[in-house]
Design a protein around this ligand. Structure first.
Ligand SMILES: Cc1ncc(C[n+]2csc(CCOP(=O)(O)OP(=O)(O)O)c2C)c(N)n1
Ligand SMILES: [Mg+2]
Length: 803
């Protein structure tokens, strides 16, 4: 090995103390470079060619795809890193996976996993020869083929990179509780400008090297986004170094455009990083070091579209934003462009790289790791293969017991907290709670009896349950919480994301992307099932207290119901026993986004555990105890959600007093998707069952937790849908009392009773005293809260009674 002491490459801005020493022999460089050229060649082939894959004859216009799609610019950098990761995996027997933040470089990863043989193992018809190569080219970005991003069908991928910004959170989530795993995470310099990516550098404050694996971030500083420069592309190394040092990293810079020097520099930087990571892990695991380490990070400054056409039509392409997608277009119709493309492809010397059959020559193939060490075949990137079901305590043991129902108020999430405490105890290595900062506020604090908040940083004596060994992941970034949990479940482990309802909207796009991933994965046969992503939304829109208007927003329900029916589930448990039953169900499930919404405040408890089990299994049903002559009702009083359940049953009490002859049934919906016609959602009840619960023509007054339009949307297609009159959250809120919130949104018991008077035939006369009472009460309420700053005692202390 040539180990002279001369730095082979140093950034023009880098200070002298950071030289890079060569670690590769000339022969190693030749082989790595061969792999890299082969991957680059396959990249270009995927974008352009539909015939003549190895250029064994002169390229002609009819061999070019009619629609040129894909991204070239990021790909040479992605290929470079893949090739050098391969060398290190072999040398150190690393258990590593690759995440490409600029996931638009899909053809790069496809090229590499095909070269290493993983692709053909997953897709046997895409053989490792020239006909397989042609299939690889022809399927890319064409109808029925594979997408241009590193998406679900790409072996070795658990990160699509379509919506930029999440590569680091996915990577860090994947290594939590995976002590041997290393994720090489490439961050685009444009991507690094996104909010979620900017937030995620701090993830190292939550990575405990004694129990977690490691992420090696590689900032791919090619200087450009789609059509403009990146912010960091115009910053000095010194600025960038200061930024990363401030975040807890020691960056190593690699810069250049001469392949040989860059191979040396990147191999040296990556090897040094791997050794640093090993040293960090050894210090934590063998020597008990509890300090937050300084983690390595690589800044790779290479030209965008490196090795591509330098100038096209007189304009610079290589090293500029023009290399982002298809660097030379109109190849079918412009002979000069065809010539540029052919010269470009031949510059990789395919005849040197591929043998007669079209397979990568063995001297280059030697670089690839074997078996599960190949990054396209590592089971962590198909996490369901490694997933172990949770060991769950019997949730019935946590039941809220009562002599008479709905007489006392109990905090339902506090009960769930006790259950989660025991889930933690029974699953010390594959369950975590993710929460911006509100585990206690959401009343889940019982978990701190058995674990702490995680922080791998300075801990002060006054801190409450904070330690590097803590397993409650509290970071005030909904993006980090969601992304970590995605990475954690995609690698087969289980978790729950608990957050304030209004602020779930921050991650609604992430939820959408994850739903797409799961949905697509179900259609890819080799992808194993992964644990569901579970949401618990508390601090809901119905309680304002000191918070102003900012804290109300039940819109995450809308986000979830519009996801594919095969992955979307929404549960609105009305009390603690139902919450326990729903939580148990969700934690056992796979391949869903499970949304659970329930408030944290003490609330009336309606069902015994046995009743709750049956009700939740059915998902919706009549509650006979709270109904009045329910067999042939005049009206159905329906509810979904805890506060709506309280208000509708309180409305029922008013109705019984003022219109005793009125027959009604109380229907509660805990599994919201039951409302959908079965052809639109697998949970939808049959029309017969729907009619047996809601009747066929009976008016329905429906109190709903979220925006009323959600219920109308779900009911679309049901028998005489226009008889449903839905009350819900209508964007009213301020600092006010709990009952005033339902009054302002016209979902109070008084409004619901007035709706009965309005919509039930024959109520015009018999309902008059009812109407007077409700209107008087609304006026009294208004006066009372402004005088006393609290709800009327008969409202505040209302409990259900049979009489
Ligand atoms: C959140 C988000 N916003 C916008 C886009 C559209 N987009 C696709 S690629 C790209 C530029 C990415 O630049 P960079 O991260 O530097 O990647 P490069 O191609 O330079 O490696 C943009 C803006 C996106 N995919 N995701
Ligand atoms: Mg860039």
């Amino acid at each position: 090995m040539d180990l002279n002491n001369k730095p082979v490459l140093r950034s023009k801005n880098a200070p002298d103390e950071n030289p890079v020493f060569p670690v590769l022999t000339d022969d190693e460089i030749r082989k790595i470079d061969g792999w890299w050229r082969a991957a680059n060649y396959l990249n270009v082939g995927q974008i352009y060619l539909m015939a003549n894959p190895l250029l064994r004859e002169a390229l002609t216009a009819d061999q070019i795809k009619p629609r040129l799609l894909g991204h070239w610019g990021t790909s040479p950098g992605l290929n470079l890193i893949y090739a050098h990761m391969n060398r290190l995996i072999r040398k150190y027997d690393l258990n590593a996976i690759y995440m490409a933040g600029p996931g638009h470089g899909g053809p790069a990863i496809i090229a590499n996993v095909w070269l290493e043989g993983s692709y053909t193992e997953h897709y046997p018809d895409v053989t490792e020869d020239d006909s397989g190569m042609l299939k690889l080219f022809r399927q890319f970005s064409t109808p029925g083929g594979v997408p241009s991003h590193v998406s679900v069908p790409t072996p070795g991928s658990i990160h699509e990179g379509g919506e930029l910004g999440y590569v680091l959170v996915h990577a860090f989530g994947a290594v939590m509780d995976n002590p041997d795993l290393l994720v090489a995470a490439v961050v685009g310099d444009g991507e690094s400008e996104t909010g979620p990516l900017a937030a995620s550098w701090k993830s190292i404050d939550f990575i405990n090297p004694s129990r977690d694996g490691a992420v090696l971030p590689i900032l791919h500083l090619n200087g450009y986004k789609i059509s403009g420069p990146t912010v960091w592309g115009r910053h000095s190394d010194e600025d960038i170094r200061n930024f990363f040092r401030g975040q807890g990293y020691e960056p190593q810079f690699v810069e250049g455009s001469d392949p040989v020097s860059v191979h040396q520099a990147i191999s040296s930087a990556m090897e040094e990083a791997v050794l640093k990571i090993r040293a960090i892990q050894h210090a934590a695991r063998a020597e008990g070091n509890r300090q937050r380490p300084i983690w390595p990070l690589i800044v790779l400054r290479t030209p965008k579209g490196w090795t591509g056409p330098k100038i096209v039509d007189g304009l610079a392409v290589e090293g500029t934003f023009r290399a982002h997608q298809v660097p030379v277009s109109e190849v079918k119709t412009n002979p000069e462009h065809l010539r540029v493309l052919e010269a470009w492809m031949r510059s990789y010397k395919p005849e040197e790289l591929f043998d007669e059959r079209g397979r990568l020559r063995s001297e280059f193939l030697e670089l690839a790791p074997i078996g599960h060490r190949r990054m396209g075949s590592n089971p962590h990137a198909n996490g369901g293969l490694l997933s172990k079901p949770l060991s769950l305590p019997a949730y019935g043991d946590y039941a809220v017991e009562f002599v008479e129902p709905a007489r006392e108020r109990v905090g339902s999430t506090a009960v769930l907290g006790q259950y989660l405490r025991d889930v933690y105890e029974a699953n010390p290595e594959n369950f975590r709670l993710f929460c911006p900062d509100e585990t206690n506020s959401n009343r889940l604090g019982a978990v701190f009896e058995v674990t702490d908040r995680c922080l791998v940083s300075e801990i002060l004596p006054g801190d409450d349950h904070v330690s590097p060994d803590g397993r409650v992941m509290e970071v005030l970034s909904e993006h980090c919480c969601h992304g970590w949990l995605e990475g954690y479940t995609l690698t087969g482990r289980h978790g729950l994301f608990a957050t304030y309802e209004a602020f779930a909207m921050i991650i609604d796009s992430m939820a959408m992307q994850h739903a797409k991933w799961i949905e697509h994965a179900k259609r890819v046969p080799w992808r194993a099932d992964i644990p569901s992503l579970n949401y618990l939304l508390t601090s809901t829109c119905w309680r304002n207290d000191h918070n102003g208007f900012s804290h109300q927003g039940p819109g995450f329900i809308d986000t979830i119901i519009h996801r594919k029916p095969s992955v979307a589930r929404v549960y609105l448990p009305p009390d603690a026993n139902c919450l326990l039953s729903v939580a148990d169900h969700c934690l056992r499930s796979v391949n869903y986004l499970n949304l659970i919404v329930i408030d944290k405040q003490p609330q009336l408890q309606w069902l015994t555990m046995e009743e709750a089990k049956q009700h939740c299994a059915r998902g919706l049903g009549i509650w006979p105890r709270y109904s009045h002559n329910p067999d042939r009702p005049d009206v159905v009083l329906a509810c979904a959600g805890d506060i709506p359940t309280q208000e509708i049953i309180a409305a029922a009490a008013i109705l019984r007093r003022y219109v005793p002859e009125l027959k009604f049934r109380i229907v509660n919906v805990v599994d919201l998707m039951r409302l959908c016609p079965p052809e639109r959602h697998p949970h939808g009840v049959s029309d017969d069952e729907f009619v047996s619960v809601f009747g066929a023509t009976t008016p329905v007054i429906f109190a709903f937790h979220g925006y009323p339009g959600v219920v109308h949307d779900l009911l679309h297609g049901r028998t005489s849908h226009d008889r449903f009159h839905v009350r819900g959250y209508i964007e009213e809120g301020t600092t006010t009392t709990p009952f005033d919130m339902v009054v302002l949104n016209k979902m109070s018991r008084l409004h619901l009773a007035l709706d009965v008077a309005r919509y039930v035939p024959g109520m015009l006369v018999s309902g008059l005293p009812l109407v007077s009472y409700c209107n008087e009460m609304l006026a009294r309420h208004e006066d009372y809260i402004h005088e006393h700053f609290d709800d009327l005692p008969e409202v505040k202390d209302w409990v259900w009674s049979e009489a």
